[in-house]
Design a protein around this ligand. Structure first.
Ligand code: NAD
Length: 325
């Protein structure tokens, strides 16, 4: 209120008064029923996971933008909530690992004894994985990482981590700069690599995702068995089924003295910063759409159109995806 906003008494009052509704989570199908036709909704919508939602938004004649569909291009980076939240979550994954790990991350040479640095393996070097590498390095750990996309190598090495490889040659680049589903042979080669790595490392953070599919299983039980007691796994893919076979979403599982952390709310564990970054992204998006009276849903706008799933009573299919730049 100090910032000039007014508080609605009920969600219905808010929906019926607003021209633009900004949300973090998708609305429940019943929630938007009081919205006026033509209202713009800016929210994470995940229509693949909530197939009942688009027809409801269509029948209410909302212009609904799914924030997760904002294109991952340089021009739209400041509006990209997926990147902001993945960045926070990757950092927080390391903090959670450090809180549960009973050793130092940085090497120690003390009168009471010497300790080598913690060895950290990061699987998947997208936005979250790179943030995790930077956080683990800044705590003094020795970090190694693996990704199926060749482009990740330079980014991993520029953060001072070692990039691991498998013998088998297969391109991991899929549509839109994301990874593709890898062959069974490649996944087996990866698991052989991780089995060897598990005998050496103290902490594994997994972030491997392929859009539109369940997360690949990369740490089966026999790989976890190779980890020393006291080791930590943080499975950042928990919400999409998990990269670790033993992961339970939202829980910490203990197996042979190894803790497997399956938190699905890593960004929310830094709620203040997550809110600030999310709000900044949304301010940039609203500014892109036009400040004040100029605000409009422009179907020609190359950031707005890919995110738009319903408009003017129509369901809009996604336009062809452009490569990230
Ligand atoms: P993501 O969350 O979909 O996946 C995380 C990582 O898992 C990816 O790096 C992927 O290659 C990796 N992965 C998938 N299967 C794997 C397997 N079997 N083994 C190991 N790793 C596996 O990815 P993301 O963080 O959202 O990034 C996706 C792409 O978009 C990246 O190329 C990123 O650089 C790009 N991007 C570009 C911008 C931009 O504005 N230009 C912004 C954000 C992301």
């Amino acid at each position: 209120m100090a910032a000039g906003a007014s508080l609605a008494d009920t969600p219905e009052a808010l929906w019926s008064a607003a021209d633009v509704v900004v949300k973090v989570r998708p609305p429940l199908p019943t929630e938007a029923s009081k919205a006026r036709p033509g209202t713009t909704l800016l929210s994470l919508l995940q229509p693949e996971r909530n197939p009942e939602l688009p027809p409801v938004l269509q029948s209410l004649k909302l212009s609904a933008l799914a924030l997760e569909r904002i294109p991952r291009v340089t021009r739209a980076q400041k509006m990209d909530v997926l990147s902001s939240m993945a960045n926070l979550a990757g950092y927080r994954a390391v903090i959670e690992a450090a809180a549960h790990y009973q050793g130092f991350f940085s090497p120690q040479i003390t009168a009471a004894g010497a300790m080598p640095p913690a060895r950290v393996l990061i699987i998947g070097a997208g936005v979250a994985g790179l943030a995790a590498i930077a956080a683990a390095k800044s705590l003094g750990a020795e970090v190694r990482a693996f990704d199926v996309r060749a482009a990740a190598r330079e980014q991993v090495e520029s953060l001072g981590a070692a990039f691991l490889q498998v013998e088998i040659q297969e391109s991991g680049e899929g549509a839109g700069g994301y990874a593709k589903t890898m062959s069974k042979e490649f996944i087996e080669a990866e698991m052989a690599l991780f089995r060897k790595q598990a005998a050496e490392v103290d902490i594994i953070i997994t972030t491997a995702l392929v859009p539109g599919t369940r997360a690949p299983i990369l740490l089966p039980k026999d790989v976890v068995e190779k980890l020393k007691p006291g080791s930590i796994v943080v499975d950042m893919a928990a919400e999409q089924g998990g990269n670790c076979e033993l992961c339970k979403p939202g829980e910490i599982v203990e197996f042979n003295g190894v803790k497997i952390i399956g938190y699905t709310d890593l960004a929310s564990r830094m709620a203040g910063t997550a809110s600030r970054f999310f709000a900044n992204n949304l301010v940039h998006l609203i500014t892109e759409m036009g400040a004040g009276d100029k605000f409009r849903v422009d179907l020609e706008n190359d950031v707005v159109r890919p995110a738009l799933i319903t408009h003017g009573g129509e369901l809009l299919p996604p336009p062809p995806r452009k490569e990230p730049s």
